[in-house]
Design a protein around this ligand. Structure first.
Ligand SMILES: Cc1cc2nc3c(=O)[nH]c(=O)nc-3n(C[C@H](O)[C@H](O)[C@H](O)COP(=O)(O)O)c2cc1C
Length: 498
């Protein structure tokens, strides 16, 4: 069959007939426009044109095959006939590329804040906006970090710490150290290989990786990138259509996932203003088509654009549904109060992650580490501490944070943004170095606190009384302070004479 030409596709350039090209193939998305989770305006921007570059980071490669009826697959396009778009020139782009060329060598990154610092300078603005943002005033996001500073060690001396064993078991699987790479969406915003970078680094270091529902790579690509021995978990956003959910869960189980993490803190995605603002800045330059009355608000950022399928009616009543469709251990990710942990035990789930989604959901929700202390006290009072595995995430940037969490009773700790930053700046090697730095720190901390293995990290080794105080008098963590981007206000038009 003869290939379509650029001119053929260009005839379908409005909402009455809207075709787009993705990876050399044309698709008729006219009927799909109102359903597009990211709104129709963004598709209309590419109507009649090649949308591959915008499409790629946000959608796994199998999206169109899976979700767009075959009758709308219009055929291959002879890409030589497609007009090359004159791109809007981003005034910052040349400077950014210059910074990429002059990045510090990887060996000069000594801690996770260093990766964040480099990533901030070299990532595209929209990607940085999506990864770094927190909800509203970002109070919870910042407290996630500072909460760890309120816990002090009570080190033991004269313990023979020549040999240190950092290994542990999480949900029955071995890990070289008690932290894991948690689920973070849209990996390709940061690196063209997306989440597969994290998979490869996890394999090299014997770490567990949690695969997100909203990965940029397809789920199967991420599983195929694994070395066949490593452990992967699956993070689930529950779809309003339970048949779709069931299909996804069963597929995850059939591909060997060792845990199902159901995210329960996101019935609606939080407002992340840095993300919204960076997206808006980009779209502001788009030429408004004549007669285009589309009112979809594109200023919502990448997060809202991808999440409209998530079911806000999800409730405790749904837990048996999941227990019926899978044998994978079920863990509720995003639990934020003690009595919900008690309910989780009563519902027979295997674990909880005490998490506020990296401060991206409800602002002034409690930090995982603070909640952990209260949760373990309640579980121990009931002698229930072995009935459920408790994990935390949020703000972990030093191995000492992991040590503190394990002392307080966590089975393990999730780390999100730092690995995204390491990946965005330096790819797989960057993630490997970030993990190695944490391992080195962890081993040193174990020696200095006087613990030879993870089971010797016990509550009496920390003083966590300070957790009750939410305002730290001692000022910011300076390393974090240099990379933290303050929230900004809307920009005035040029020469506003402020
Ligand atoms: C860019 C980004 C994307 C995320 N995407 C998801 C997601 O798709 N599903 C989910 O359950 N949690 C998601 N999270 C939350 C993380 O799993 C985790 O709770 C959080 O990142 C931990 O905080 P940290 O980034 O300070 O380590 C995301 C976090 C970030 C930063």
């Amino acid at each position: 069959m003869a290939k379509l030409t650029g001119a053929d596709v260009a005839q379908h350039a409005d909402k009455n007939s809207c075709w787009v090209i993705v990876h050399g193939k044309a698709y008729d998305v006219t009927e799909f426009l109102p359903e597009h989770p990211g709104g129709q305006k963004i598709i209309l921007k590419y109507a009649g044109k090649d949308a591959t570059e915008e499409f790629d980071p946000i959608h796994p490669p199998d999206t169109l095959d899976k979700y767009l009826d075959k009758k709308f697959h219009m055929g291959e396009v002879d890409m030589r006939t497609v007009a090359i778009e004159e791109k809007q020139v981003d005034p910052d782009e040349a400077d950014r590329l210059e910074r990429v060329k002059n990045m510090p060598p990887l060996e000069l990154c000594y801690n996770l804040s260093d990766f964040e610092y480099v990533a901030k300078q070299v990532m595209k603005r929209t990607a940085w906006g999506y990864y770094s943002s927190g909800a509203d005033d970002e109070i919870t996001m910042r407290e996630n970090r500072t909460a760890f500073h309120k816990i002090w060690f009570k080190p033991k001396v004269l313990v023979d710490v020549e040999n240190i064993d950092m290994s542990c078991t999480m949900l029955g699987s071995k890990s070289s150290i008690p932290f894991y790479i948690t689920a973070t969406a849209l990996g390709k915003l940061g690196h063209p290989d997306g989440e597969c970078c994290l998979t490869k680094a996890a394999a090299r270091h014997g770490l567990i990786q949690m695969i997100p529902t909203l990965a940029s790579c397809s789920f199967d690509e991420i599983v195929d990138a694994a070395d066949g021995k490593q452990t992967q978990w699956f993070q689930l956003y529950v779809n309003k259509d339970r048949q779709i959910t069931e299909r996804i869960v069963k597929h995850a189980e059939s591909r060997g996932m060792k845990g199902l993490f159901i995210t329960v803190d996101a019935p609606q995605l939080g407002r992340r203003e840095k993300d919204m603002r960076s997206k808006y800045a980009e779209d502001d330059t788009a030429v408004q088509k004549e007669g285009d009355t589309t009112t979809i608000d594109r200023s919502q950022g990448a997060a809202r654009a991808i999440s409209s399928f998530i079911d806000p009616s999800l409730s405790w009543k749904d837990i048996p549904f999941f227990q019926n469709i899978t044998k994978m251990p079920i863990i509720l990710k995003g639990v934020q109060r003690v009595d919900d942990v008690i309910k989780a035990v009563e519902h027979g789930v295997t674990g909880v992650v005490l998490s506020n989604h990296g401060g991206r959901q409800l602002d002034t929700a409690p930090t995982g580490i603070e909640l952990l202390a209260d949760v373990m006290a309640e579980l121990r009072a009931r002698n229930w501490q072995d009935k459920i595995e408790v994990y935390i995430d949020g703000g972990v940037r030093r191995a000492s944070d992991v040590v503190k969490a394990v002392c307080l009773g966590a089975k393990g700790v999730g780390i999100g943004r730092p690995f995204l930053y390491a990946m965005s700046a330096y790819g797989v090697e960057g993630v490997c170095r970030a993990i190695q730095l944490l391992k080195d720190e962890f081993e040193m901390n174990m020696r200095l606190i006087g613990a030879r293995n993870v089971s010797e990290l016990t509550p009496d080794m920390v003083d966590a009384k300070g957790l009750a105080y939410h305002t730290i008098p001692s000022g910011p963590d300076m390393l974090h302070h240099t990379v933290y981007s303050p929230l900004t206000n809307p920009a005035f038009k040029a020469k506003a004479n402020l």
